[in-house]
Design a protein around this ligand. Structure first.
Ligand code: SF4
Length: 364
């Protein structure tokens, strides 16, 4: 049975169990609800990189920080399709297209993304997008184009969110997820550990996700990749034990969800990743880059799968392929375009922004 009434105290109690007991319990839940011999392989394509107006403290794509990522304009449909076909040939069943936008804006770029969704749907991969905040009418248009999943991470607890981002509110995240839920598109939403949050914050995020009805179909758990120039550049690498705890706890409170072992895998040993699979991780991101940060090579992943006796999940294992529906272009609803700007200040984000300005002035 899937429970939707988890409390923070209950989740913390699970998170803090003796590690091996926790992994054993999570492995039992995983085996009851999922095929433990399969791991879904997802590929993330950064269709538009850098230049983002938001101030997410972990993100090298925020225009206000000085990082060495190379930005690019929106890729062409053919470029994306070629990358997706290559990914599919090496075992990927889901392709996620990410754009560094605050929110989706109506216009030619959105039309181009819709065309990408249609083209990727036709090559039989599960198509996912992560494009920022989304209105209900935009969610419907993506659904009509054949989108399978929409990613919109909560990142952390509602309380700690205020320490990470000041340019939008937690309620905007929840609103976007609600908008996606009004369609047949599945929800992918998770978070990042290692940003300086407490175990209570980790549990708080899992309360927000597990009490959704239905629970998100996929939950990516990322370990912060601290990038120079971002406000979180000095954060230590997250311990593998914390990652195992987080994966196992997520598996127990969301038994049917695809728990994805996401960013940070380059810092994990094969043995550490194996423990995460044991504890219920049922998906990974493949490809040598995750948007802008490094990720293990797909051949290395496939070698590990062989050693562990795992195989990549086929597309549409848990849902039908979405049909592409001819649509009338709807007029957008202005009322749902008002996203918040909380306007509180985050010292670390301000310091990183000032540092970036100073570097730019010196280089000018
Ligand atoms: S995480 Fe997304 S919204 Fe935040 S700065 Fe990066 S690209 Fe922009």
């Amino acid at each position: 049975m899937v429970r939707h009434n988890w409390t923070k105290e209950e989740i913390l109690e699970i998170y803090n169990k003796p590690l091996l007991e926790l992994v054993f319990e999570a492995a039992q839940v995983h085996r009851k609800h999922n095929d433990p011999s399969e791991v879904q392989v997802s590929t993330l394509i950064s269709i538009k990189t850098g230049g983002c107006p938001e101030d997410c403290g972990y993100c090298p794509q925020a225009a206000r920080y000085h990082t060495d990522i190379e930005g690019n304009d929106l890729m062409s449909v053919n470029q994306v399709k070629a990358q997706a076909l290559r990914a599919k040939a090496s075992g990927t069943s889901r392709v996620c297209m990410g754009a560094a936008w605050r929110n989706v804006k109506e216009g030619p770029e959105f039309e181009q993304v819709l065309e990408m969704v249609r083209e990727l749907n036709k090559i039989d991969v599960e198509v996912c997008c992560t494009l920022g905040m989304l209105t209900e009418s935009q969610a419907k248009r993506l659904a009509n184009a054949g989108l399978y999943a929409y990613n919109h991470n909560l990142d952390t607890s509602e309380e700690y969110y205020k320490e990470v981002i000041s340019t939008r509110g937690y309620e905007d995240r929840l609103q976007t997820i609600d908008n996606v839920r009004k369609t047949n598109v599945t929800v992918c939403s998770g978070g990042i550990i290692g940003m300086g949050e407490s175990a209570e914050d980790r549990a708080g995020m899992l309360v927000s996700l597990s009490t959704m009805i239905p629970q998100p179909e996929s939950v990516p758990i990322n370990s912060l990749v601290a990038v120079e120039g971002t406000p979180m550049e000095e954060q230590n690498v997250t311990s593998i034990w914390d990652m195992v705890r987080m994966i196992a706890t997520t598996r127990i409170v969301m038994p049917e969800t695809l728990v994805r072992l996401s960013a940070g895998r380059t810092e994990m040993s094969d043995e550490g990743q194996a423990l995460c699979f044991m504890a219920g991780a049922a998906s990974i991101f493949a490809g040598d880059k995750l948007l802008t940060t490094p990720n293990p090579d797909i051949n290395k992943d496939m070698e590990l799968f062989k050693i562990l006796g795992l195989k990549p999940t086929k597309p549409y294992k848990k849902g039908d392929k979405p049909a592409i529906v001819d649509e009338e272009v709807p007029t957008s609803n202005k009322a749902d375009l008002k996203w918040s700007r909380p306007g509180h200040t985050i010292d670390k984000n301000i310091a990183a922004t000032q540092k970036a300005k100073a570097i730019r002035n010196t280089n000018a």
